[in-house]
Design a binder for this molecule. Structure first.
Ligand SMILES: Cc1cc2nc3c(=O)[nH]c(=O)nc-3n(C[C@H](O)[C@H](O)[C@H](O)COP(=O)(O)OP(=O)(O)OC[C@H]3O[C@@H](n4cnc5c(N)ncnc54)[C@H](O)[C@@H]3O)c2cc1C
Length: 450
């Protein structure tokens, strides 16, 4: 990538830098990457585990800065309940190191292959219990980032507004290099499970979304069924076993996608295939979301420690105001069934959902104004997916859905501007100060932030 060439004049000139990927292994190398003299193709795009559903973490014409080489856990402070780690460390490795010291992350997060930087620069959300913050970025008290000019900036909680802009900044203000955040001693919760039809779920969803429980669910629109996973803090300590949670994670995130992908190849008749797919989903969820898991904690419920994102999975996440969800969930099931009847496309995996507490700690927080329900539509069926997510966007816009820049496929810039409003304008002003030449902005993000 660093090529020099002779020209007719006989003087040295730089030939244009080629697009590529660079993986810095220490701060000095990362600073050199961002330095304006580095002769790396622009834009520069930080990438963690690459588990986002949109193009926010890649660039065709510029340089992808792969952060997984910066993966040291610098310090666990069991007295002040903090951890300091580099941005490329995987959540699974961090969770394991904290557990050895009797500590855990605040909040329940699966997808353990994601990196700390990716989980702070983009929403990393899970079912928070009651008003507990649902986003990992809320816990950050200090960050070190390398700016678009190659210089290091330290941002701490004394600079409240700046820290709030850097949380969920999608790598548009700088590349996060090191983070200090709050953790806590391992705390046991009780998990209980129910299953019901969608109308019954709609009736109880208001109560569940406002109660002091962590709500997660799996929705099967074509079978009119919902599996609930409810968590609350009234368990006795010390009795949370990790193995059942690992089996649950394996069933949900490995067995189902792989089996359905194979069925797509060997069973070409859709009516037969989907009948079987729904039976397998119902059986698996009936087993793993039943008596298998009882008590848990944020270490056990994070599932298995993976280094790679699940293969073959397509997903798009929209968030909806929790107060409207009893109506939205019925409309969503209707939308899925009507769309299947009209286009012959349907998702083969149950949609996953969870409650996200109101959280205004980040300027671009999706739940800045009110609690939300995140609804993640998942499938392994590629053919027809692109049209389906366009229809899904129309549906979600009609129901006041809130898109996420890294997890919502096919969201329209005009709708995003309307949803994030003045906060987005304020973010753009900070961006203009920190990256006036747009070195960190790829075409995907430029659609929203130019
Ligand atoms: C099957 C599946 C299920 C998922 N379920 C959930 C879920 O339940 N909840 C949820 O919140 N998310 C979920 N996700 C989405 C995704 O895992 C998260 O958004 C994750 O936090 C992204 O982390 P990453 O390391 O993969 O980041 P990437 O996807 O690589 O990057 C995300 C963004 O952060 C930026 N970035 C990365 N590293 C840095 C850095 N060091 N400094 C500055 N910017 C950086 C990138 O440029 C990009 O804009 C799921 C994804 C998959 C594939």
């Amino acid at each position: 990538m660093k090529s020099h060439g002779f020209r007719d004049t006989g003087t040295f000139t730089r030939s244009p830098a080629r697009p590529g990927v660079t993986t810095p292994s220490n701060l000095a190398r990362l600073m050199r990457c961002l330095d304006g003299n580095a002769n790396l193709a622009i834009p520069l795009r930080p990438k963690g585990a690459g588990s986002s559903a949109t193009d926010c973490n890649k660039t065709e014409s510029g340089t992808t800065v792969n952060m997984t080489g910066l993966d040291r856990i610098t310090h666990i402070d069991t007295y002040n309940h903090t951890v300091t780690a580099e941005a490329g460390v995987r959540l699974g490795a961090l969770v394991a190191a904290l557990a050895e010291e009797g500590m855990e992350l605040i909040g329940n997060f699966d997808q353990t292959e994601r990196t700390l930087g990716g989980a702070l620069a983009a929403p990393c959300m899970g079912p928070g219990i009651g008003d507990q913050a649902s986003m990992l970025s809320t816990q950050v008290i200090k960050m070190k980032a390398v700016l678009a000019n190659g210089k290091v900036m330290t941002i701490s909680d004394t600079q409240r507004h700046l820290l709030s802009a850097f949380r969920l900044s999608y790598g548009m203000l700088g590349v996060i290099f090191e983070v200090t955040m709050k953790v806590r001693p391992i705390t046991t919760f009780a998990a209980s499970h129910r299953s019901m039809d969608i109308d019954t779920f709609a009736q109880v969803s208001d109560r569940l979304a406002s109660g002091n429980v962590g709500l997660k669910f799996y929705l099967m629109p074509y079978r009119n069924h919902v599996y609930l996973d409810l968590r609350h803090y009234d368990a006795s300590n010390g009795n949370a076993y990790t193995t059942p949670w690992k089996i649950k994670d394996w069933g949900e995130s490995t067995v189902l996608p792989n089996v359905f992908k194979s069925l797509g190849r060997v069973l070409p008749i859709p009516s037969v295939r989907y009948k079987l797919i729904d039976s397998i989903s119902a059986t698996t969820h009936g087993l793993v979301n039943s008596k298998l898991v009882g008590n848990g904690n944020n270490v056990a419920a994070g599932g298995r420690h993976r280094r790679r994102k699940p293969q073959n999975l397509l997903y798009s996440t929209w968030c909806f105001p929790a107060s409207d969800f009893s109506v939205v969930v019925k409309a969503y099931a209707r939308f899925c069934r009507e769309s299947f009847a009209r286009t012959a496309y349907r998702c083969d995996l149950p949609a996953a959902g969870y409650r996200v507490a109101q959280d205004n700690s980040a300027l671009l927080s999706p739940s800045f104004d009110e609690p939300l329900i995140a609804l993640q539509t998942l499938s392994t069926q590629k053919k027809g997916w692109d049209d389906f997510v366009l229809d899904l966007s129309d549906f979600a816009e009609n129901w006041g859905g809130i898109p996420l820049f890294n997890q919502t496929v096919a969201s329209r810039p005009a709708y995003i501007a309307q949803t994030y409003g003045g906060r987005m304008e304020f973010f753009k002003k900070i961006r203009q100060q920190l990256d006036p030449d747009g070195r960190l902005l790829n075409p995907y993000l430029a659609r929203f932030f130019k």
